[in-house]
Design a protein around this ligand. Structure first.
Ligand code: FE2
Length: 374
C-alpha cells in the first residue's frame, strides 16, 4: 500500500487542485506512482511541496513516467523559430533538453545557463488592449489560456506538464481584470499560474453544446505560433481578436506534409475518470470540422463559437490560482485543464521556474462514435 497522502485544495472545487505529501521522488515505487497518477487524473493539478532538491533530471524522469513512450520536449525544436511567439519565453537547460527555464529577471548561472535574462510574459506584448502603466503592478490579465502543445506536425499534445518553482519573489497580490464587458475580476497571488478544468467547462455546457462538442473537431493553423505572432489577443486571454492580422499562410514556413496540420477532437477523455474535457487551444484554432463533413472556415465565426463554449469555464469562481512557494513541484493534466500565465513583475523581481513536458506518442483520446451518439 502507498503511504502517499493526497489532500484536495478546495473540496468545493473537487476536480482542480490537490497537495501530495509523503512522497520521495527518488525512491518512488510503482505503487506510489499509481497513487500519484490517480491523484493527477482526479484533481488535475497536484502540488508536491518542498522539492527544492529535485534535479532537472529527476523532474524529466518523473514527467516521463506518465508516458514512458513519450518523445522529446513537447514543442520539439519548433520554439527555435525566431518568429514563434514562444521563442522569447523558454530557455533550454543544456544538459536536460526536455526541461526549460522560464521566469523573470537576470540569472548569472543556473544549470549551465549563463547570464540569462528571463522575461515573464506580459499582456502588453500580446493583448489588443492593455492596462495603463500606472496601474500595472496592481492590475493584470490572464496572459494566454492554453494547452501546452505544438499542435503541428507529429508532436502530439503532452499528457502532463511539470512546473518547478526554484525562486519565487516575495508575495503581493494583484487583481485580474477580465475587461470583456463582464466586470469579472479575480484577486490572485503575484505571478500565479491559473488553471481551469476542461471537465467542468464541458459539464456546464447545454445538451446541444455537448453534442456539438462531441461530434466536432478543430483544425489548428499550420505553424500555429508563427501564424498568430502578428495578431492580438482578447482581453480575457481566451483566444484572439479577428482583425486579419495573422501571418498569411503563404508567408509561413513551408508546410512539408499535408498531415502536419493537426485536426483534433474538441473533447478529450480522462484515462482514469473517463470524463470528457473541453480541450481547445483558443489562440491557434483555425477551422471547425462538423459531423457532416463540412468545415467552418470563417475565422471570426470559428473564434466566436469557441469563445462561447469556453468563456463560462473561466468564470472567477472556477479558476484555481496556484500560490507558488519555492520548492513547489506542480504536475498538471495537460489533456484536462487550460492554464495561463498571470501577472506583471518589476524587472528586478527574480523568478525562476523549470518546465518540462514531452510530446505524447499518440493523439488525445476523443469520443468514440457510440459515446458521441449516446
Ligand atoms: Fe504553458
Amino acid at each position: 500500500m502507498s503511504s502517499i497522502k493526497v489532500s484536495p485544495v478546495d473540496p468545493a472545487n473537487p476536480d482542480l487542485g490537490a497537495v501530495v505529501d509523503n512522497i520521495n521522488l527518488e525512491t518512488m515505487t510503482d505503487t506510489d506512482f499509481t497513487t500519484l497518477r490517480n491523484a493527477l487524473y482526479t484533481y488535475n493539478v497536484v502540488c508536491i511541496k518542498n522539492q527544492s532538491n529535485c534535479t532537472p533530471r529527476t523532474q524529466a524522469e518523473l514527467t516521463r513516467r506518465f508516458e514512458p513512450q513519450a518523445r522529446s520536449y513537447g514543442h520539439g525544436k519548433t520554439i527555435d523559430a525566431k518568429r514563434s511567439i514562444l521563442h522569447p519565453d523558454l530557455k533550454t537547460i543544456p544538459h536536460q533538453p526536455e526541461v526549460q527555464v522560464i521566469g523573470n529577471g537576470f540569472i548569472s548561472e543556473y544549470e549551465g545557463l549563463k547570464n540569462a535574462t528571463l522575461k515573464h510574459p506580459h499582456h502588453r506584448t500580446f493583448h489588443q488592449t492593455v492596462i495603463p502603466d500606472d496601474q500595472d503592478l496592481d492590475f493584470t490579465r490572464f496572459y494566454r489560456w492554453h494547452i501546452d502543445a505544438a499542435l503541428y506536425g507529429d508532436l502530439h499534445p503532452p499528457l502532463v506538464t511539470s512546473l518547478m518553482a526554484v525562486k519565487v519573489p516575495a508575495g503581493r497580490t494583484q487583481t485580474v481584470l477580465y475587461d470583456d464587458g463582464s466586470n469579472d475580476t479575480l484577486s490572485v497571488p503575484l505571478g500565479t499560474t491559473a488553471f481551469v478544468s476542461g471537465y467542468t467547462m464541458f459539464d456546464n455546457l447545454t445538451p446541444e453544446q455537448k453534442e456539438f462538442v462531441l461530434m466536432s473537431k478543430v483544425e489548428y493553423a499550420p505553424h500555429p505560433y508563427v501564424w498568430i505572432s502578428t495578431a492580438k489577443s482578447r482581453p480575457d486571454g481566451l483566444g484572439m481578436v479577428s482583425e486579419g492580422k495573422e501571418v498569411a499562410i503563404e508567408h509561413l514556413p513551408p508546410i512539408e506534409h499535408a498531415d502536419d496540420i493537426q485536426v483534433l477532437p474538441m473533447a478529450w477523455q480522462n484515462p482514469v475518470t473517463r470524463k470528457f474535457a473541453l480541450q481547445i487551444h483558443p489562440s491557434v484554432v483555425r477551422k471547425i470540422h462538423l459531423r457532416d463533413g463540412s468545415v467552418i472556415d470563417d475565422l471570426d465565426r470559428v473564434r466566436e463559437i469557441v469563445h462561447d463554449l469556453q468563456r463560462p469555464g473561466i468564470a472567477p469562481e472556477l479558476v484555481y490560482a496556484h500560490d507558488w512557494e519555492e520548492g513547489d513541484l506542480v504536475l498538471f493534466n495537460n489533456h484536462g485543464v487550460l492554464h495561463s500565465v498571470v501577472g506583471a513583475f518589476d524587472k528586478d523581481e527574480v523568478r525562476l521556474f523549470r518546465q518540462c513536458n514531452l510530446a505524447a506518442s499518440r493523439p488525445p483520446v476523443g469520443p468514440t462514435m457510440s459515446v458521441a451518439i449516446a
